[in-house]
Design a protein around this ligand. Sequence first.
Ligand SMILES: NC(=O)c1ccc[n+]([C@@H]2O[C@H](COP(=O)([O-])OP(=O)(O)OC[C@H]3O[C@@H](n4cnc5c(N)ncnc54)[C@H](O)[C@@H]3O)[C@@H](O)[C@H]2O)c1
Length: 344
Amino acid sequence: MGKMKHSPVNVAVIGIGNMGRHHARVYSELEDANLVAVSDLNSQVGEQIASRYGVGFYHDYRKMIERDDIDAVSIAVPTSLHTGVALACIETRKSILIEKPIADSLEDACTIVEEAGKKGVIVAVGHIERFNPAVLRLKEVIEQGRLNSVTLVIARRVGMFPPQVKDANVIIDLAVHDIDVCNFLLGKRPGKVYARAGKALNSKRADFASIFLDYDGTDVLVQANWITPVKIRELNVTGTRGYAELNYITQKLKVYESNYERGFDFFGDFVVKFGAPDVQEIDVMREEPLKVELGHFISCVRQNTTPLVSGKEGIEALEIALAAVRSYKSNQIVELCIDPDKKV
Ligand SMILES: NC(=O)c1ccc[n+]([C@@H]2O[C@H](COP(=O)([O-])OP(=O)(O)OC[C@H]3O[C@@H](n4cnc5c(N)ncnc54)[C@H](O)[C@@H]3O)[C@@H](O)[C@H]2O)c1
């Protein structure tokens, strides 16, 4: 007997601006997904994209989600609108992929996850770097013990101001990516957060931040800004036996393994001698992270399984980012009580 052919998951996109238009493109390319409609308040852009993919266009997303044939929806409206749109989709029993950050307040984020639980729909959060093949290879390198104990992580996510961001600050918009990546790589959550941030070029919202996170044994520094005139997306991990350098954009990963000897010199004094480190460019199968992310979401919807980045992970990353905001505003260390097994 041949394999049963399953029908694709019908999917729609709400908000087809900078990010949402890529969701529409990727869904149109995925074999297991069937893009059926898009919605945007900007009818000109909306109609253009809808006609490109031969799908329906809706100015009012509420009309769109009344359709029974839509199984799942990507939500890529500005962050401050995530909650209203998400709750409406959940109400009509659509599984949702919400762009990061899940919401702009913890209360809203928890409400989204609770309501989704009641209706039995899936919530995924668009922490795209989790699907970056270089990040996944780095996780393997750490788990293989090639760096030994991870002591320090430095993430830099800097570049110029994206004019379309009119609601979020640089911490919940950019740093939240690296916070989530560190939660994933280290397999734990920070207990303390201290941040410095401010407004350099944007008078309304913080546009630069340095965030120190205490992961109990690993120190993390996340630098995020919208003022550096060149786009940099890097992650450096220092362990007691090695060092890894990851470039999120090029998906290149380099590992330096320490080559040091301990011994005693002529006078019997203890010495440590460093040789040149062994350097290895790790093979990374380059893929478009969004394609992997949306493909994973579709397969979760089909099989009714929990996404790798579910609402719970989205809430955790947001909770830490918001603690960093509180920290820079109060100039105090903020203690976090994050229980990784906490049920939301
Ligand atoms: N994962 C990533 O790397 C990444 C990158 C960029 C943006 N994002 C996230 O994606 C979201 C959108 O950001 P963006 O940069 O694409 O913003 P954007 O302003 O370019 O796009 C938002 C779109 O939503 C539309 N919109 C607003 N209200 C709507 C409504 N009620 N119904 C339908 N459409 C509506 C707007 O007209 C606009 O076209 C944000 O949450 C942002 O954090 C994620």
